[in-house]
Design a binder for this molecule. Sequence first.
Ligand code: FAD
Ligand code: DHB
Length: 424
Amino acid sequence: MFGVIDPGSASGIATNQVLHSEWAMPSSLKPGKETLRTQVGIIGGGPSGLLLSQILHRVGIETVVLERRSRAYVLGRIRAGVLEQGMVDLLQEAGVSGGMDRNGDPHEGIRIAYDGRRHRIDLKGLTGKTVMLYGQTELTRDLYEARDAMGGVILHEVENVAIHGISDDTPALTWCAGGESYRLECEFIIGCDGFHGVSRRSIPPEGLREYERVYPFGWLGVLSRTRPVNDELIYANHPRGFALCSMRSPALSRYYVQCSLDDRVKDWPDERFWGELKARLPEEVAARLETGPSIEKSIAPLRSFVVEPLRHGRLFLAGDAAHIVPPTGAKGLNLAASDIRYLSSALIAYYRHGSDAGLERYSEQALARVWKAERFSWWMTGLLHRFPETGEFGDRMQRAELDYLFSSTAAMTSLAENYVGLPY
Ligand code: FAD
Ligand code: DHB
């Protein structure tokens, strides 16, 4: 249980007004002159941290976001593209849906290519729901713009962030920037700093349990200024390996191929990438694939990972800091959103009504959804990739699973209801 803090008197200085969004500490607040305080200290300026800070700020709860990288670096990362309806709703409620409402592309189905044929999963027909194609990069830019418009505090290029006092109710963050050291006293600390962040590592090992599976392959992703090969996403199972055709706009395509963990981006000049992608797609699709120079190319390893619980004292974990899914089911970003939905509601109930029931429940509530998405992402990864170690028996099991899927409305409905997102 936490001691209840009066929302009205909760924090000393109004940090939202005194700190600039890109790194620039006003001289009146140089270290040693004044103690910095806020209500919720957030580590990580990715989608989880920005969305949480946006939702809390809109109801008057102060936040400070600490981000290790520059804004340009964060916005240069190309990642997810498929948003569930639950996330779309949350973005609308948080007042950050303008870009998505204008430029997002609702999709009613996906295709699974196998044995030279394409099978359609009718998401809308089977579940009544759709998904929204809208890039994480664009969404992150929208979030930064919304935070700036409200005077939100996001400090970039902070180094050596350290967490203090989470077990004894004196939470604080320290960091270095521009050659100076800083300390920020908080009421809660939220770790939104991704898989490699400092938050999870700050919890004593006896305070958490980790579950992990590392897959024996990665995804090579390419962004190109070419027209998408199809109006719906194509997930392809092919003897040469998995491939995915996705998109960002009518003129911007996103493609992925399964690759070896030993591969480096320099091993994949554009010609090799396009040749390999074509080889893994049904002929009629390959024939109309528009190719062109890549404008981004990166390799991501595939991993399933969950830490339990998502809380240690006054530190809470959310998004990739707490769990990773292989990207096959397009669930990583969406899980970050459901964590933030639960956690923001719990923090708002705490500050508005002095109730810590939601904070007490957060870990269990979020993990129940996380594990279901972990299961789906693991299953879809198994369905569509070449696994070096499973041999011919594994191949036949995969064939049987795909044959069953395409012949059973029940099986297709199960895929569809997970793909569009389980309820929050
Ligand atoms: P992140 O986006 O990782 O943000 C964490 C932030 O914390 C980063 O900006 C980081 O710089 C910052 N940070 C880290 N350490 C510190 C520190 N010590 N101090 C301060 N700041 C710190 N999902 C899909 O659904 N589909 C995909 O195709 C897909 N592709 C992906 C490709 C890659 C390479 C990766 C890594 C992830 C991918 N994901 C994908 C997953 C999806 O992008 C993530 O689930 C999503 O970014 C989670 O958001 P987040 O804010 O929790 O974490
Ligand atoms: C995209 C990424 C995914 O992991 C996925 O399953 C579908 C689409 C994308 O980047 O567009």
